[in-house]
Design a protein around this ligand. Structure first.
Ligand code: LAN
Length: 731
């Protein structure tokens, strides 16, 4: 059966040209922004469902739109930008988009599906293979942790396995090169913990080679400082199914593929490997967050416990972990919070309940929400999309630039508001206390409502967009009632930490020192929530705008929340004047947010030394050509690393930051505007440049819609800003 689902394929050497007929692919958008790609096999289907511009753009098929009249000023350039971007708006009002970047996700999808006996369509297999061929590092044929990173064992071993399972022959030139790269890196023994995990469930790594991942932690009373419910939500949701499969020492039954992989992945004979010695063996190319001595010591003790684990205790712990897995599945309609836990939960449910269940069917279906077809093939995304995040920025951009009230844009904004209406989460999750969830009533998620998770800044951006669209755009109806807006505010007000800052999904629940126990080796700051200038800012700005419209609702609470949050922002500023961004790259990203917040609190260049320092810092990095360019390496090191090229998106962030600051000299902003305008294409779009986002310090992630929302926003804003500077000067 499995051999049939994954039969070997003859694959061309180069992935330049599609392996499938790209004119037959369609993006289905339904159920509140759900994205799935479909290949139309029959001519009948093909006739009935024409390919639209959204499909084409994301597939890399030229839209052949006519050249627009050349922009004579920044506002015209912004208008041209939106004229193009409107073509990418989906029927339902939101903007779909690719959310790739990380290179450790697709292998989980493939390995997990393979073990669970789930296949893919032939077209999906072909395009996944093609994606991996196209993303292999040109230098050595391996893969890194993300698309721009250097080759690592994590990336190379796992993607190699994925390619082989998907049907590539071992003697295909891409496989040969990848294997050579892997062996040069020392072979798969040196994979970091999550790599070891996937290889172990596939039965090509021995569980003895992994540090203990014990479910017993979940039996501790909730008040224990390191209880896993206090971990960062992504980390705990990955470790729950991981600990279950570890506890069960689950591994796939041996087959020919597994036996072959065992030979291909290592530099020595598989059976001669001494596994316990591999537990702390991590290739130097992979290592970002080395173990602390405390963590190693704890592992030694837990390792001893593992030899004499008490069966009733283990069983109780497994049961507890399984309950949590079920809650998470049910809270998210089988998506889970993200792509890693998605495939792990699927495996747990398969292992325990088998294949003849609705759960298995639902889990299988929801894999598609993470799969995305781009011009280079099919990838697995960082979430089921970035729907809310993208619609939030473009909506605000259009309102703040005045483009929203131009006749030809009204309809698109009406639809955007409708989409935002449908996306708001109306209730707390079904399993709320039992799954240790934060309140979600009134929140907006990062992607879709179904995904179900509150994120502080997504709620902020969602709220702001709705306030703008409902109040500042002519002809929109009030779709979202005051009560629903109040719910959003209530949720935001539950999310402030003692130091005034806001974290991502929840309050900071655990102590700082938990970070010493970070087991992941390749990610930094993942054990607990941290406060982020970006998240804090979105909350400040949304509450500031909210109170303009609703000055009486929770007046005192909002006032003190904003005040404390501004205090946090000041404390988080570096002595040189910058803020380290954690979710976008990096200083330019954070500066834009921070200076927007400060401006709403009345702090600007003329009255605040913090703002002056921030401007000075930004200007010290402006380049000859008028732009800015930071490398993703900035995020690894938390200090500025220049990118080899100027970046449009970062230039927009920096220029917006200067405008929020009220920077009095038009020169730097004019030069930024000129650069961004010079890179605009005749149809109004901008080309894709370097990767825009990041997470956990070490993994970059793509936000391709940023190259529309931020240039439109910045140019439109600069138009008015530069004009008013000039008027002031003339006076
Ligand atoms: C995201 C994407 C969005 C991002 C912002 C809203 C931009 C941020 O301000 C808050 C944090 C959040 C929601 C975020 C958290 C971590 C995510 C979910 C991701 C970067 C997308 C992918 C990443 C997830 C953890 C990837 C899977 C990897 C693991 C380590 C589990």
């Amino acid at each position: 059966e499995l051999a049939k689902l994954y039969s070997p394929l003859d694959i061309p050497e180069s992935g330049e040209k599609p392996f499938t007929d790209y004119s037959r692919w369609r993006l289905l958008v339904n159920d509140g922004g759900r994205h799935t790609w479909h290949y139309l096999r029959t001519d009948e289907e093909y006739e009935k469902w024409p390919q639209n511009e959204v499909d084409k753009y994301w597939l890399g098929i030229p839209l052949n739109l006519p050249a627009l009249p050349k922009a004579k000023d920044p506002l015209e350039a912004a208008r041209n930008g939106y004229t193009f971007y409107k073509h990418l708006q989906s029927e339902d009002g939101h903007w779909a988009g690719e959310y790739g970047g990380p290179m450790f996700l697709l292998p989980g999808l493939v390995i997990g599906s393979y073990i669970a006996g789930l296949g893919f369509t032939l077209e999906e297999r072909l395009e996944m293979i093609r994606y991996l061929i196209n993303r292999a590092h040109p230098k050595d044929g391996g893969w890194g942790i993300h698309i721009e990173g250097h080759s690592t064992v994590f990336g190379t071993a796992l993607n190699y396995v994925a390619l082989r399972i998907l049907g590539m022959h071992a003697d295909h030139p891409v496989a040969v090169r990848a294997r050579a790269c892997l062996h040069k890196l020392g072979g798969a023994t040196g994979a970091p913990a999550w790599g070891k995990f996937w290889l172990a469930v596939l039965n090509v790594y021995d569980w003895e080679g992994l540090n203990p991942i014990q479910p017993e932690l979940w039996l501790l009373p909730d008040w224990v400082p390191f209880h896993p419910h206090k971990w960062w939500i992504h980390t705990r949701n990955v470790y729950i199914p991981m600990s279950y499969l570890y506890g069960a020492r689950f591994k796939m039954e041996e087959n020919d593929m597994i036996r072959t992989l065992r030979q291909e992945l290592y530099t020595t004979d598989y059976h001669s490997i001494y596994w316990p010695a591999q537990r702390n063996n991590v290739a130097s190319a992979d290592l970002y967050a080395p173990h602390t001595t405390v963590y190693d010591a704890i592992n030694a003790v837990l390792g001893m416990y593992e030899n004499c684990a008490i069966p009733p205790l283990r069983n109780a712990a497994m049961k507890r972990a399984y309950d949590l897995i079920v809650y998470e599945d049910e809270n998210t309609e089988y998506q889970t919070i993200g792509p890693v836990s998605k495939m792990m939960n699927l495996l747990c449910r398969f292992y325990v309940e088998g294949t003849e269940t609705e759960v298995y069917r639902q889990h299988a279906i929801k894999r598609a929400d993470f799969m995305w077809l781009g011009g280079e093939g099919m990838m697995m995304c960082g979430t089921n999309g970035s729907q809310l995040w993208d619609i939030g920025f473009i909506s605000q951009a259009l309102v703040e630039t005045g483009l929203a009230n131009e006749e030809e844009n009204r309809e698109s904004l009406r639809k955007a508001l409708e989409w935002l209406d449908g996306c708001q989460i109306r209730d707390n999750p079904r399993h709320y206390d039992t799954a240790y969830r934060h309140r979600s009533k009134g929140a907006w998620p990062f992607s879709t409502k179904e995904q179900s998770y509150t994120v502080s800044d997504c709620t902020g951006e969602g709220l702001k967009s709705v306030l703008y669209l409902q109040n500042q755009v002519k002809g929109t109806e009030k779709l979202i009632s005051d009560d629903r807006l109040f719910d959003a505010v209530d949720t935001l007000l539950t999310m402030q930490n003692a130091n005034g800052g806001f974290a991502s999904y929840e309050l900071i629940r655990g102590p700082q020192w938990l970070e010493w126990l970070n087991p992941a080796e390749v990610f930094g700051d993942i054990m607990i929530e941290f406060c982020y200038p970006e998240c804090t800012t979105s909350v400040i700005t949304s509450l500031s705008i909210f109170r303009k419209y609703y000055p009486h609702y929770r007046k005192a609470g909002i006032e003190s929340t904003i005040r404390k949050a501004i205090g946090y922002l000041h404390a988080a500023q570096n002595p040189e004047g910058g803020w380290v961004g954690s979710w976008g790259i990096s200083f330019t990203y954070a500066a834009q947010f921070a200076l927007e917040s400060l401006s709403l609190a009345g702090e600007n260049y003329s009255n605040s030394s913090a703002v002056q320092r921030a401007c000075k810092f930004l200007l010290s990095h402006q380049r000859e050509d008028g732009g800015w360019g930071e490398s993703y390496k900035t995020c690894e090191l938390a200090s500025w690393v220049e990118h080899e090229n100027t970046q449009i998106v970062q230039t927009c962030w920096a220029a917006m930051a200067l405008m929020y600051a009220g920077y009095p000299d038009p020169g730097p902003i004019e030069r930024a505007v000129k650069l961004v305008m010079s890179r605009q294409l005749p149809d109004g779009s901008w080309p894709q440049e370097a990767i825009e986002g990041v997470f956990n310090k070490n993994c970059a992630i793509s936000y391709p819609n940023f190259k529309f929302s931020f240039p439109i926003w910045m140019l439109g804003k600069a138009h008015g800003y530069l004009k008013s500077l000039k008027e002031r000067k003339d006076k």
